[in-house]
Design a protein around this ligand. Structure first.
Ligand code: FES
Length: 356
């Protein structure tokens, strides 16, 4: 082994990374961030925004040095700074590093990241600002329910969208996504305003660490706006696997007109093998309407459930404002941090800002 290999790990110029306690190792090519390299190698490294703003990729640097691309101090507490916490999405190793990240689990999905041409099969309007995009792929894709793919118009900037169904098999050649219209947003504006069946997109994936963890704990699933997609996929996979766990699905949107996929949720409710409770929560339904269901924000409904949620495993997907409000409520209800899993849809990372 040459000097560079000894200094920087296996591949020449690449830095070796070891992550504890899972004891997972991978190489980071020159100039790449730890997160990017992990995702490119199919590792479900915990992350969300990828741009240094959410903190989901917080990782402790145990040994070695990194170059940090952005100032992390506004995101980390003094204690985290002193403990050597870094953001994996903003850190480029200067050499071999040892990291610690409790949320990285060896049991997570690890699929080959592929590039495929995705041909639009159908575009179906679900609500005034959410559409369902169905594509056929020219290469087989393996993914786990809850993960996402990057979509881009050929030669253009990519955005990230979650698969809304469990994979149709170990090598799927079709995929569907819920797309929320972001005016002026790359990909979404084109899909809403100009795309037609037969048009093509470049797809790259799968990515993401949102997936159903094993266990026997009841599930509380919380979706906001277009965040219903990966939550639905995870629950449908659990139903297909006949997972015998009680589940509550809380779906937050603004008004009744923003509710969608209700037939599929109704099927989940009827075919789940344990108890399944569905609670749509409307935050801006006109006061005089005949809506007799829950009103308000998702976190308010969670607060009303209170300690009834203790011992649940929580899965959240939706806008950061919903997740930020829900997390402390879930913790106060007695759900351990290790049992809370979430995927925040931010505008830069997903092109889909939900407004539940
Ligand atoms: S801060 Fe790194 S993924 Fe959001």
């Amino acid at each position: 082994m040459g000097l560079l290999d000894r200094l920087f790990g296996g591949r020449q110029g690449a830095a070796s990374v070891r992550v504890l306690p899972a004891d997972l190792s991978f190489d980071v090519p020159p100039k790449q961030t730890i997160l990017q390299a992990a995702l490119d190698q199919g590792i479900a490294y915990p992350h969300s925004c990828r741009v240094g703003s959410c903190g989901t990729c917080k990782t402790r640097l145990v040994e070695g040095e990194v170059r940090e691309l952005t100032d992390k101090s506004y995101l980390l507490t003094d204690e985290e700074m002193r403990a050597g916490v870094i953001l994996a999405c903003q850190s480029v190793p200067k050499g071999p590093v040892v990291l610690e990240n409790d949320r990285l689990s060896l049991g997570g999905p690890r699929h080959d990241v592929i590039a495929a041409r995705a041909s639009i099969a159908a575009l179906d309007r679900m609500t005034p600002d959410i559409m369902r995009l169905s594509v056929t792929l020219d290469a087989p894709l393996a993914y786990t329910a809850g993960q996402y793919a990057e979509l881009a118009r050929p030669g253009d900037e990519a955005r990230q969208f979650s698969f809304i169904d469990p994979p149709s098999g170990p090598a799927a050649t079709t995929a569907r996504f819920f797309i929320r219209h972001v005016p002026g947003g790359a990909v979404t504006s084109w899909l809403f305003e100009a795309a037609r069946p037969g048009d093509t997109l470049d797809l790259r994936g799968p990515f993401g660490d949102f997936w159903l963890r094993p266990g026997t704990a009841p599930i509380v699933a919380i979706a906001g706006g277009s965040g219903l997609g990966p939550v639905k996929a995870v629950l449908e996979q659990a139903r297909a696997d006949r997972v015998p766990r009680d589940a509550i699905l809380i779906f937050g949107v603004r008004t009744r007109a923003d509710l969608y996929a209700l037939d599929e949720i109704s099927l989940l409710t009827r075919s789940w093998i344990s108890r399944f409770t569905f609670v749509p929560v409307l935050s801006a339904e006109p006061a005089g309407s005949d809506w007799s269901g829950a009103r308000g924000f998702v976190h308010e409904h969670l607060a009303a459930l209170g300690v009834a949620l203790a011992g649940h495993q929580a899965y959240l997907c939706g806008p950061p404002v919903m997740i930020d409000a829900a997390l402390p409520v879930l913790r106060a209800a007695g759900i351990a941090a290790a049992d809370i899993h979430y995927d925040a849809f931010t505008d830069r990372s997903t092109g889909a800002i939900a407004a539940a």
